[in-house]
Design a protein around this ligand. Structure first.
Ligand code: APR
Length: 252
């Protein structure tokens, strides 16, 4: 695989690395992606019926039940070699920042120190009314599609909502600013498992390329980021990323 060797050479020489991940890096852990034809969650659900503030206002039990089902599924699965390879890059490159669109905690469980969660996290619920952080409760294993009444806030009795960014909501300014700043300064931006369709996250690889960074993409399918990537590694994260790390740092 010439391309993996080319990518490994660039990665091994990089001083500043950004790793941007999407749902595809968690696919081999058994977490469904969003838009994949085979495993895409949205084949079964209308995304707009679940991922907007209006949806939660209209039917909090449906939305809370769906997110709790996903959280409980994530708690049952494990990080895969793709997540572990990302943590290995952090341990080897002088400066690495992980920026993820995922709301799971698999990067953390694989050893990534402090991934930037652009779209929030299923593990930071908060009150929908007063925004006070809420406790993450033990999973009660709701099956997919079961409605579940959200818990109530201990302070104001408002409904607890998932700590994720819904369509129509703004991302955390600090998270986005840090991710963009790191992209302007990086030598390499490795984009893994994202369809590159949702902004502003999808802009980050383009920012890196604009500022002279080399963009390497890992995805079994073509995406709109193909044209931005200097190297496109067409394969799955759990296979390509460990090979990339091994080729970049053979002796470590
Ligand atoms: N390894 C690498 N990539 C994979 C794998 C795999 N094993 N399996 C699937 N993929 C790729 C798919 O080809 C697709 O390009 O992962 C991508 C998943 O795309 P999406 O499902 O659109 O997920 P993502 O890009 O993270 O979505 C961005 O949209 O739905 C919102 O907020 C949500 O964060 C999400 C955002």
């Amino acid at each position: 695989m010439v391309d993996v060797r080319d990518a490994a050479k660039v990665l091994a020489e990089a001083r500043r690395v950004v790793v941007l991940t999407g749902a595809g890096i968690s696919a081999e852990s058994g977490v469904p992606t969003f838009r994949d034809s085979l495993t895409g969650l949205w084949e079964r659900y209308d995304a707009q019926a679940l991922a907007t503030p209006q949806a939660f206002d209209d039917d909090p039990d449906l939305v809370w039940g769906w997110y709790e089902w996903r959280r409980c599924l994530i708690e049952r699965v494990r990080p895969n070699p793709g997540h572990e390879a990302v943590a290995a890059i952090e341990a080897r490159a002088p400066h690495t920042v992980v920026v993820t669109q995922n709301v799971d905690d698999l990067h953390e469980r694989a050893g990534s120190a402090a991934p930037i969660h652009l779209h929030g996290s299923l593990f930071t619920p908060r009150c929908a009314t007063c925004s006070r952080p809420a406790a993450v409760t033990a999973c009660d294993e709701p099956e997919e599609g079961r409605r579940l009444a959200p818990p109530r806030c201990g302070q104001c009795a408002g409904p607890i909502r998932p700590g994720v960014v819904w369509f129509g909501e703004a991302l955390s300014e600090e998270a986005l600013e840090t991710a963009v700043q790191e992209a302007t300064e990086c030598d390499v931006l490795l984009t893994v498992g994202t369809s590159g369709l949702v902004y502003p996250a999808a802009e980050i690889p383009r920012v890196a390329a604009m500022f002279g960074g080399t963009v390497i993409q890992v995805n079994p399918q073509p995406t709109p980021l193909d044209a931005t990537a200097a190297i496109n590694l067409h394969g799955s994260a759990a296979t390509v990323l460990p090979a990339l790390v091994k080729a970049a740092w053979p002796v470590m």
